[in-house]
Design a protein around this ligand. Structure first.
Ligand SMILES: [Fe+2]
Length: 199
């Protein structure tokens, strides 16, 4: 475990939050999707480690939010929504996310949920859906985004994809790993994604 002080950890998360806000401020599609939460309060979360911390540690990129994410890797409450039965062993070795803000976030909010999510190169994130509306903004790397009723598109740093409530979507990391900033809003904000295309 870490020997870093709780003050240092809190300051690293503050930096992460402010870098996420800078991405939000530079991205009109995110501003149109949801207001930045006004009820954020920092909560210390016990870290949860995932295998992908190793790949994220080694992935060099100069985007300030990428670097701020790297600085909290050992202190993040890393999550994986899916089971090995759903996505396979390999997927769980190379994927994960933190809830930066939200009902169970490093910063608590009941207004909107914000995640930083990672998927490794070569992964296929199968078709899934959820009640919450969602916007992805790519921080670093790239991904091939598919959504029912939309033309597939490869997105790189700064580019966005919106998914409507219960609109099935999938993601393939063809060229690179991907790091994303994701907002969830609307009904179902506190729910979880489900595999498959039928809601
Ligand atoms: Fe999604």
């Amino acid at each position: 475990m870490t020997s870093a002080s709780s003050d240092l950890i809190a300051s690293l998360f503050s930096t992460l939050l402010s870098e996420a806000k800078k991405v939000y401020d530079a991205t009109p599609a995110m501003q149109g999707f949801a207001k930045w939460p006004t009820d954020l309060t920092y909560h210390h979360q016990a870290p949860v480690w995932i295998p992908a911390i190793r790949q994220l540690t080694l992935w060099e990129n100069n985007h300030p939010l990428h670097k701020a994410t790297q600085s909290i890797l050992p202190y993040g409450k890393w999550k994986q929504t899916y089971t090995e039965q759903e996505v396979g062993y390999g997927f769980l070795q190379d994927y994960g996310y933190i809830e930066l803000f939200g009902p169970d976030g490093h910063f608590r909010s009941d207004q909107v949920r914000g995640y930083v999510g990672y998927w490794g190169k070569g992964l296929y994130y199968p078709w899934h859906h959820h009640e919450a509306e969602e916007i992805y903004t790519v921080i670093s790397g790239s991904g091939y985004f598919e959504a029912e009723g939309k033309a597939p598109v490869t997105l790189t740093s700064g580019q966005c994809q919106i998914h409507e409530s219960n609109q099935p979507h999938a993601l393939t990391m063809k060229e690179s790993a991907i790091l994303t900033l994701v907002l969830w809003g609307g009904a179902g904000m506190a729910g979880l994604p489900k595999m498959g295309t039928i809601s």
